[in-house]
Design a protein around this ligand. Sequence first.
Ligand code: FE2
Length: 404
Amino acid sequence: MPTAEELIRQLIGKLTLRTIASQFHEDSPALSPLHKDDLFSRGFFHLVQTAGEISPRLNASVVLVPTTSGPLKKIDVVPGFISIPTDDENVGDLSEKLKPILECLCALPIIDDDRAWASETEALDMISRFLTPMMPPALNNWVDVTSDKTMGLMAFQGMAAHRLEPLENDPFGAAYVVDLTWMAGYSVRAELEPYGAAAYFGSDRTLLRVYTPHDDTTHVPGDAGWEQAKWRWRCSLFTAVTLVDHLGGIHLLCSNIMTVATREQLPADHALRRLLSPHIFGSTNVNVIADFVLSNPRGMAFRLFGFNYPDLVRLLVRGGANVAFEPFPKTMAAKHLDVLGDLYPYATDGLAFYNIINDYVRDYLEIFSPARAQCKIAQFDSGGIPSLRWPRMPISPRSKRSVS
Ligand SMILES: [Fe+2]
């Protein structure tokens, strides 16, 4: 098998795609679970396994004090809506390196493989042999991932917590819901199952019912379709959080806008620029990889999830549109979930963390801009205090080296 670097060299050497594809078509033990004719997935899996070779792990030793400011070269992710800069101030521009690999993969056939595992044991064996070695060590080994109780944990203190909403006057007595029914409005490829479900919980966090919009059916515990309805909600949840909230909302909107605004609008020696630099560290690099590996027309998001590509793009844009540019306490207050207290650690832990960050920023401002340290966030929102000048921080020869 070629390494990613060898693949680039082959492409530069103008070897034909057929030649490269034939290497993925070999009966390689490393690719054996994947359909032999699904050359795209075989190629992509190999790329992910060797990703470290083209994207080295970064640590604080490469962080530099900022020295540049101004317009950045960008590429479109969603033309007219989302573009991202390509030149990371600490590690350079990866986009040219990734481009030939992507063009190669996009030319390969993709197959939605409908073969079923012979047994659960076989599936678990494949996961442990081919995927687990690529993962970091697990902190917790969650063996129960399907029970009604686990669904409650996911909703109140797991990956659905930010989407938990209170209910008033529910006709069946539910007090909370995680509503993902909107996902049914996004089309999937032929013969794939539609997304979308809402899970309803009682005031004691017990799972009471699941509604699935594709067949307009309400499922309750003990129904023949109960487990499948729960499965649809879990799949919808993982997809909504990963694709919409994280990739669209966090990477392509929040992280991207923070990076662009900081690097384009603030002078290199601005006190705020210095404060923000560690918090945008590596984000350009990560977002370029996210575009090439995840969100492009043949990226991992298209391969792993069932959506037709135009609707996958709509979901990325939706992720950005969902982001509320407001302080975390304001978002939590609007949720009206205070009654849960420590049963809802997304709020209690989140607010505690917010206060730590708030103190950290205020302490910094006390040093460099004491008057601003007394400001409320709302004053910054409305343009700050024009009569105050931000201090500039000289860039010494020493500070151009690592700040680790
Ligand atoms: Fe991420």
